[in-house]
Design a protein around this ligand. Structure first.
Ligand code: DQA
Length: 142
């Protein structure tokens, strides 16, 4: 069971980036917690972070995974290119957000990814990722 976690732009700044919105945990904290849950669930996990739309698309196209968990960050609201690669992936994709994107500015309510993803988890802080990993286990166990 291989799960690939993709962290989009600016998520490398977690910990110092608007902590009132995103919390004070770092990206390393998120990945450590994911790794520990993955070993509990017997999931092989790999992660990347990229600020580049092209790199995210290249990663999705590699297909060396059974399921993707992606926080596309700001590209959620702008990228038809990432949406098309998710749609063509042929594998389940779970969209994750740390903050509740439906409770913020109007422009964040639109997700190009949601329409082509298995489901969206939004607003639970670092737990959004952990909930997504538990959902991934259930989806892949079916
Ligand atoms: C985010 C929400 C996006 O609107 C924002 O651009 C981000 C992070 C989240 O995890 O809450 O960079 O995806």
């Amino acid at each position: 069971m291989k799960v690939f976690v993709i962290h989009g732009p600016n998520l490398n700044m977690l910990g110092t980036r608007e902590p009132e919105i995103y919390g004070s945990f770092t990206l390393e904290d998120v990945n450590k917690r994911l790794m520990s849950l993955a070993s509990e669930l017997d999931i092989e996990l790999s992660t990347i972070q990229s600020n580049s739309e092209a790199e995210i698309i290249d990663a999705i196209q590699k297909k060396d995974y059974d399921l993707i968990i992606i926080n596309p960050a700001a590209y959620t609201h702008t990228s038809i290119a990432i949406r098309d690669s998710v749609s063509a992936a042929g594998k389940p994709v779970i969209e994750v957000h740390i903050s509740n994107i439906h409770k913020r500015e109007e422009f964040r309510r639109r997700s190009y990814i949601a329409e082509v993803s298995y489901g969206q988890i939004s607003g639970f802080g670092v737990d959004s990722y952990l909930l997504a990993l538990r959902a991934a286990k259930n989806i892949l166990s079916k």
